[in-house]
Design a protein around this ligand. Structure first.
Ligand code: SF4
Length: 461
């Protein structure tokens, strides 16, 4: 059984951004690709698989337990996240009481090359194995070994297993570069209708285009758990997956998942040209992540032509000193230019900002606030810095959160964040812009209202 447990919605498939979706400003749940990849890369002749995202299905705990009783799995794989870890530990403890012989695998970035004593302190007695990253490669290998070749387990990289009831950590030191060798996520087992693009209200598939990031942003887990080398799929392989989604699953909206989609312009050019020269031209729309210093006019123009409707931009701060100290390697001016360029081609922008670095003064915060309003992007999120285990900010952690999962919330910062979010979204000019959007349809308006009410409720808490 491969699952996201019932309960609150966390981006469990996203190691970089494991947010609580309902508590975010306007994020929507993304598809459970990690489960889908594990399913497709298992041998269906050997295993019968039940895949379910209970949280997105809004299924109850009772339903989950009923499935456990009727499906009677030998093994369960649960994708966990930093924010849900203690909740998930509770669930696996209950599972072991109900079905004592069930084998439990937890996958989470928190376990990445962790210290044994850290794991031994976490009350993970009910878990049998931990996977620290790259579940698409590691989980099928581990599951095969558990059932058919137990002796192999101690040599599998990227897992934690137990010896005499104590955790043994097999560090992940080499990343598999051949992303094309993976089968596409098993979307026949995923309920694709659960993962909607709020801007079109249509199912949105997540398609991984690359992994790894060469940058050094001090708060970011990506280079840690995905490696510093960008590992790309070929445009052919990505295009084939788009084609399969469109023709087999009737999906026309996509999130191209990579740390920086525009990092390799040749890749972007080739993929965009493939889309433009195919029968999919004009029929799909997609979103991607980017950084200001990897954007140029030709690339943006081509992306727009190939169906790009939104770019998520890590702007982070309105203060150059702050950008420098967080090793973002971009400047305020670059971010302004990038936003103007994207706006010129009528592509929507989701601006991401961070507050709460220990060096930040009122001036830094005010500069960020000013930039947020000046740039006036279509959507924004302001994150309070969280020192995820493994990042350099965790090692010399002086930031507001004390650890990576039971993060201490700084009320002053939290209130500052909420105040900006409310002010930003309740501006008459912002609301008017949304109402005048040429793509506005009744269902999209309903989505704006739904997400707006969620935001107001979260900010007034
Ligand atoms: S550019 Fe920075 S924030 Fe973005 S994925 Fe790379 S390290 Fe993380």
């Amino acid at each position: 059984m491969l699952i996201y447990p019932p309960g609150e919605l966390y981006q469990r498939g996203e190691d970089r951004c494991q947010i609580n979706v309902e508590a975010s400003s306007s994020n929507a749940m993304r598809s459970c690709n990690d489960l889908g990849y594990v399913a497709s890369n298992l041998d269906f002749n050997k295993f019968k698989v039940l895949l379910k995202d209970y949280a997105s299905e809004k299924e109850s705990f009772a339903c989950f337990i009923s499935d456990i009783k009727s499906f009677d799995p030998d093994l369960i794989f649960i994708s966990t996240s930093n924010g849900s870890l203690y909740y998930d530990i509770n669930i696996i403890n209950i599972l072991k009481v109900i079905k004592n012989d069930i084998i439990i695998i937890l996958k989470g970035a928190l376990f990445f090359n962790a210290q044994e004593n850290f794991l031994n302190s976490l009350n993970l007695d009910s878990a049998d194995y931990l996977i620290m990253a790259e579940p698409e490669f590691i989980a099928p290998e581990l599951i095969n070994a558990i059932f058919f070749d137990k002796d192999k387990i101690p040599s599998i990289q990227g897992i934690c297993h137990k010896k005499d009831n104590l955790w043994q950590v097999n560090n992940l030191t080499e990343f598999n570069e051949n992303l094309d060798s993976l089968k596409f996520p098993e979307r026949s087992l995923m309920n694709n209708k659960l993962y909607l693009n709020p801007l079109t209200n249509k199912p949105m598939a997540t398609i991984v285009t690359a992994k790894g990031c060469p940058y050094d942003c001090i708060y970011c887990l990506s280079p840690v758990i995905g490696g510093k080398k960008i590992r790309k799929r070929t445009p052919d392989s990505v295009f084939d997956e788009i084609w399969e989604c469109f023709h087999l699953y009737n999906i026309s909206d996509f999130f191209f998942k990579s740390d920086t989609f525009t990092a390799d312009k040749n890749f972007v050019k080739e993929l965009c040209e493939k889309i433009i020269n195919s029968t999919l031209n004009g029929k799909i729309n997609w979103v991607a992540n980017s950084r200001a210093d990897t954007i140029d006019e030709d690339t943006i123009q081509l992306m727009k032509k190939a169906g790009c409707s939104l770019i998520a931009l890590g702007i982070e701060s309105g203060n150059d000193e702050s950008l420098q100290l967080m090793h973002k390697n971009t400047t305020v001016e670059q971010n302004i230019n990038a936003v103007n360029l994207i706006k010129k081609y009528d592509i929507k922008i989701f601006g991401f900002y961070m507050i709460g670095f220990d060096w930040e003064t009122e001036k830094h915060l005010e500069d960020t606030k000013k930039l947020i309003f000046d740039l006036d992007t279509d959507f924004i999120e302001i994150s309070i810095v969280t020192p995820f285990q493994g990042t350099s900010i965790y090692k010399d952690s002086k930031v507001v959160g004390k650890d990576a999962f039971g993060c201490t919330v700084n009320n002053k910062l939290n209130n500052y964040r909420k105040k900006i979010l409310l002010e930003y979204h309740l501006r008459p000019s912002y609301i008017l812009k949304k109402l005048k959007d040429k793509n506005l349809k009744p269902q999209i308006l309903v989505n704006y209202i739904k997400y707006g009410l969620r935001l107001i409720k979260n900010c007034l808490k």
